[in-house]
Design a protein around this ligand. Structure first.
Ligand code: BG6
Ligand code: MG
Length: 227
C-alpha cells in the first residue's frame, strides 16, 4: 500500500527548467560557445557544480576550481533573479489540486530536490505548506542519480521504499528513485523517461483515483511475475 509521495521540484511542480537553461546559456554565450536545449536535458536533476562540469565539457573548456566557483555563483545570481519574480501562478497546472487531494487522503508528502534554491521557490509559490519534509541540495552529500536524497526522505517520512512513490522529470532522478526502491512516476516525455514505472505528461489529468490505479496495477503485475 502506498503511504507517501516524494516530489522533485524543478520541472515537476514548477517550470523552472527554462530559467536554468536561460542562465546556463548566458554563461555559455559569455564563454563563447553554443549551448542548446537538447544539451540542457543532461543538466536536469543534477547538482549545480556537476551541471557546470557538463557545460564546460560541452564547450571543451578547462578552468581552475576557483574560477569554477565564480562561474557557478554568476549563473546562480542570474537564476535567482529569474525566480525572484515567481508567484503561486507559476505552479504547474493540476499540481495544487493533486497535492490537496493527496493531503486530504492522508498521504505523507516530501520534497526531494537537488536545488539549493528549493525553499525560496516553495515559499514564493506558497506550496511549502503541503510538505511534511523538504530535502534539498543543502541536505545531501551525493547528488542524483545517487539514491541518498530519496532514502533520506523515506526514512524521515517513516515508510518503507515500496510504500513510497517518487515523481520525477529527470533521468538522473528516476535512476535515483529506482535505486532507493520506490515506485517511480515520470513526469514528461515517455521516450526520455522510459525507465520509470509509469509516465504522465503532467498533473492536469491527475487525481488520487488514477494514481492508485497506476500503483495497484503495477503491484498486481509484480505479483503475477512472481507467481
Ligand atoms: C535541479 C535542476 O532540480 O536542481 C538542475 O533540475 C539544477 O537543473 C539543480 O542544476 C541545482 O539547482 P540549484 O538551484 O541549486 O542551482
Ligand atoms: Mg527536476
Amino acid at each position: 500500500m502506498i503511504r507517501a509521495c516524494i516530489f522533485d521540484l524543478d520541472g515537476v511542480l514548477v517550470d523552472t527548467a527554462h530559467f536554468h537553461y536561460e542562465a546556463w546559456k548566458r554563461l555559455a554565450d559569455s564563454l563563447g560557445f553554443e549551448f542548446t536545449r537538447s544539451d540542457n536535458e543532461r543538466l536536469k536533476g543534477v547538482s549545480r557544480m556537476t551541471s557546470l562540469d557538463i557545460l564546460l565539457e560541452i564547450g571543451s573548456k578547462k578552468i581552475s576550481e576557483k574560477k569554477k566557483h565564480e562561474l557557478a555563483d554568476l549563473k546562480n545570481n542570474w537564476y535567482v533573479e529569474h525566480i525572484s519574480h515567481m508567484t503561486e501562478k507559476d505552479v504547474l497546472p493540476g499540481v495544487l489540486n493533486f497535492l490537496q487531494e493527496l493531503k486530504n487522503g492522508g498521504f505523507k508528502l516530501g520534497l526531494g530536490s537537488a536545488s539549493k534554491n528549493a525553499l525560496q521557490i516553495l515559499t514564493q509559490t506558497k506550496i511549502l505548506r503541503f510538505f511534511d519534509t523538504v530535502i534539498d541540495g543543502s541536505n545531501v552529500e551525493k547528488a542524483k542519480p545517487d539514491p541518498e536524497i530519496f532514502k533520506k526522505g523515506i526514512e524521515i517520512l517513516k515508510v518503507k521504499p515500496a510504500e513510497c512513490v517518487v515523481f520525477e522529470d529527470a533521468v538522473a532522478g528516476i535512476e535515483a528513485a529506482l535505486a532507493a526502491g520506490t515506485f517511480v512516476i515520470g513526469v514528461g516525455s515517455r521516450e526520455i523517461l522510459n525507465k520509470a514505472h509509469v509516465v504522465i505528461p503532467g498533473f492536469q489529468e491527475m487525481n488520487v483515483k488514477l494514481f492508485q490505479y497506476f500503483t495497484e496495477k503495477y503491484f498486481v503485475k509484480q505479483l503475477n511475475n512472481y507467481e
